[in-house]
Design a protein around this ligand. Structure first.
Ligand code: BJW
Ligand code: ZN
Length: 244
């Protein structure tokens, strides 16, 4: 049983508009590696070295290998209690937005409805050149990389460094943050912008800011409540209070 502060419980009980920003940490307990963790096969690469158009142009085979490796994992894993708690939490508020930086689709699989995927979705592909969605199966065992009719290479439909976020999702995320009376940031290192700016927007507009993370981040000093621990343990405890 977690000992939440009376101040937080009051806000939780009276909140009408809630927004949540999630990052890779929320899927860690499902077995999906975070980006900046020290564990794992791909830890020797910084995300900037793989998640960028420059990296793709330089070595598309390496970038595809990373995405294929991650797709294989995501196919096999299941949402964890943190994902399920957020899907449940949505039902308790008049307005609820789940803003995620994750591309793994686990929030949807857990049953969340109002999801804003700021960094795309790893299951989709598009053309590197013209941006057209590519719906055919891709076979990475072929010697040549898959190509679009325009001749452009096919790439995962995710947002890389230096690329803009999907406009309507980002506008809705901004709006949800600016109008929230309670904002949770869960499992994110809060260093990648513009997503990392959303908790600050929420706070500036008067939201009560809660951070859930196993360790402090640049956001911690600004949070009204820092809940240190695993999101898969803390979020279900919060939902228990909503059910009371
Ligand atoms: C747990 C846990 C458990 C573990 N429970 N917690 C200088 C200043 C400001 C901005 C910039 C700058 N230089 C460049 C920029 C812009 C750049 C940026 O922000 N860079 C920073 C690194 C400085 N941003 C961009 O380029 C963005 N676009 C943009 O700005 O467009 C405008 C523009 C256009 C043209 C030119 C210039 C600007 C786009 C950013 C796209 C990020 N893409 C990625 C890859 C997505 C696809 C894919 O998945 O492959 O998104 S990178 C990667 O980082 C991924 C993530 O969504 C994102 C954030 O990472 P996240 O989710 O926070 O994960 P981690 O691993 O960092 O953290 C996990 C956390 O969980 C940790 O804190 C753990 O402690 C915690 N944790 N287990 C709770 N069980
Ligand atoms: Zn094309």
């Amino acid at each position: 049983m977690i000992d939440f502060s009376p101040e937080f419980l009051n806000v939780l009980k009276s909140a009408k508009r809630v927004a949540v920003l999630t990052g890779a940490g929320i899927s860690a307990e499902s077995g999906v590696a975070t980006f900046r963790g020290k564990e794992g096969l791909w830890a020797k690469f910084r995300p900037e070295e793989l998640a960028s158009a420059d990296a793709f142009m330089l070595n598309s085979a390496l970038v595809w290998e990373w995405y294929q490796y991650r797709r294989d994992i995501i196919d096999k894993v299941q949402p964890n209690p943190g994902h399920f708690a957020l899907a449940d939490m949505e039902k308790h508020f008049k307005s609820f937005a789940l803003i995620t930086q994750n591309v793994d689709g686990l929030h949807r699989r857990a049953g969340s409805q109002n999801i804003l995927e700021l960094h795309g979705n790893i299951t989709r592909n598009k053309c590197f050149n013209c941006g057209k969605p590519f719906i055919d199966e891709i076979n990475l065992d072929q010697k040549k990389p898959p190509c679009c009719n325009c001749g452009g290479k096919i790439r995962p439909d995710v947002v890389w460094f230096g690329e803009t976020l999907p406009q309507s999702e980002f506008e809705m995320a901004n709006e949800a943050s600016a109008t929230a009376d309670l904002f949770f940031a869960a499992g994110t290192s809060a260093i990648v912008y513009p997503a990392a700016g959303l908790p600050m927007i929420a706070k500036r507009h008067g939201a009560y800011l809660v951070e859930i993370n196993i360790e402090p981040t640049p956001l911690t000093d600004m949070a009204d409540s820092f809940m240190q621990g695993k999101s898969g343990e803390i979020l279900p405890e919060i939902v228990k209070w909503l059910r009371k």
